[in-house]
Design a protein around this ligand. Structure first.
Ligand code: ARG
Length: 458
């Protein structure tokens, strides 16, 4: 029996029932739906719509339904559409007519908003935890590899010497912005929608303040029509998810490149790679490729909700049921991707020798050589041209800059002195950089200490 069929003469077509059903994905909201219903029942008792026994019977029934669902004993059926109707129907079946009072002053329109907010509050907390865990792993790695020099790239060309520690901390800061974004999300989610009804509120004096306290919200929504038609909080969450995936995808891409035989800067853990069915020698970075691949779907999730919402008239429209699958998908994908990336960064081996050799066989210290000349009074543009010519000469001779002897250097500029070799020595470069945020050992140590404190503040 349907809960809304009073005004209907004909039965719903089975194909329509299947088309309309969301139970196969929204059942996941059952705990939040029940939590919301229990608070609603307490409020109805408080304002005299339910007496005590009725309220207790409803709450007890709801607890039993939760158990049935958890044990997998609850029968789901397309004819009851969604999780809200399943629970309410079962409640009526279980405790009789008293159950028919629960939906007083409530609509599935405000109910589904409540469930989604409660769901997101919980799942974003888990994502925050996984994010912090990954950030901690990155800091440990940065600390271990704080002196491991490597080339920093622009245009995929060796550009300037950095350390692996400084490099990997770049990803830490992306994730820190994600963390701060999630903290903002907490505020946005913290608004009680229940009490808005279908779209206009109620003549029954519902005590929204009480429900707010009871469910731990810090605010109450202020316009019933906005409340039931609002999915901004889902879009905000999806944007946050897409950003996390974007960051993980770029890190994946780096690690995929760095783990090639051509680079061999890192060796990924076997436990996160797979072999080839044909080529016996292969070890493929599938975990990272999948993160990169799944990123496209999470970005798609964001776009799908934007597109869903852009033409909807006020207020609730059934289109909005299509908000859930992209949202759930994005949340699940981010939760798992963060764990996979954590394992990868923690367990991969770093080949410091390879990175070191890549630094020493490059012309990257040309930048610091230019700075050396500038500090000796040569205008920057001239210094740039001088060192450019020296690089060309070294390239012709097949030697790195530091192998050119001082007399030859002086042919390019008379200000060169013996101390230039110290100045362009990669390890010294890392020690000599002065600017805030630079790839320097002092800066890295300062940042690591400060960010450890940030992580400990949670
Ligand atoms: N399953 C519906 C959804 O997720 C719940 C709200 C249904 N409201 C309605 N008026 N049909 O959007």
């Amino acid at each position: 029996m349907k809960l809304w069929d009073g005004r209907f003469k004909e039965k719903t077509d089975p194909i329509m029932e299947r088309f309309s059903a969301s139970i196969y994905f929204d059942w996941i909201l059952f705990r939040h739906d029940i939590e919301g219903s229990k608070a609603h029942a307490d409020m109805l008792e408080k304002i005299g719509i339910l007496n005590r026994q009725e309220r207790d019977a409803i709450k007890d029934g709801l607890d039993r339904i939760k158990e049935e669902i958890e044990k997998g004993e609850f029968p789901f059926s397309n004819s009851l559409e969604d999780i809200h109707m399943h629970i309410e129907s079962r409640l009526i079946e279980m405790i009789g007519d008293v159950g028919r009072k629960l939906h007083t002053g409530r609509s599935r329109n405000d109910q589904v908003c409540l469930d989604m907010r409660l769901f997101l509050k919980e799942r974003l907390m888990e994502i925050e935890k996984n994010l912090l865990n990954l950030m901690g792993i990155i800091i440990d790695r940065a600390q271990k590899e704080k002196e491991a020099i490597m080339p920093g790239y622009t245009h995929m060309q060796r550009a300037q010497v950095v350390t692996f520690g400084h490099y990997i901390m770049a990803y830490y800061f992306m994730l820190k912005r994600d963390m701060e974004r999630l903290k903002d999300m907490r505020k946005k989610l913290d608004v009680l929608p229940l009490g808005s009804g279908a779209l206009a509120g109620s003549t029954i004096p519902l005590d929204r303040e009480y429900v707010k306290e009871r469910l731990g919200f810090s605010d109450i929504s202020e316009n019933s029509m906005d409340t039931v038609s609002d999915r901004d909080f889902c879009l905000d969450a999806l944007y946050s998810m897409a950003m996390i995936m974007l960051h993980l995808s770029r890190l994946s891409e780096d690690m995929i490149i760095f783990s090639t035989q051509e680079f061999s800067f890192v060796n990924l853990p076997d436990s996160l790679c797979t072999g080839s069915s044909l080529m016996p020698h292969k070890k493929n970075p599938d975990s990272l490729e999948l993160i990169r691949g799944k990123t496209s779907r999470v970005i798609g999730d964001l776009f799908s909700l934007f597109t869903l919402m852009k033409g909807l008239p006020m207020t609730y429209n059934r289109d909005m049921q299509e908000d859930k699958e992209p949202l759930f998908h994005a949340i699940d994908t981010v939760t798992e991707s963060l764990v996979i990336m954590g394992l990868c960064i923690k367990e991969m081996a770093i080949n410091t020798q390879k990175m070191h050799d890549a630094v020493y066989s490059s012309y990257m210290p040309a930048v610091e050589m230019t700075e050396y000349l500038v500090l000796k009074g040569i205008p920057f543009r001239d210094a740039h041209a001088i060192v450019g010519k020296m690089v060309r000469e070294c390239e012709n001779r097949g030697i790195p800059l530091y192998k050119m002897d001082i007399d030859d250097m002086r042919l390019f500029s008379s200000v060169f002195e013996g101390d230039v070799y110290e100045y362009i020595e990669p390890r010294n470069i890392i020690r000599n950089r002065k600017t805030k945020g630079a790839a320097s050992l002092d800066e890295l140590e300062r940042i690591i200490e400060r960010e450890k404190a940030y992580l400990n503040s949670f």
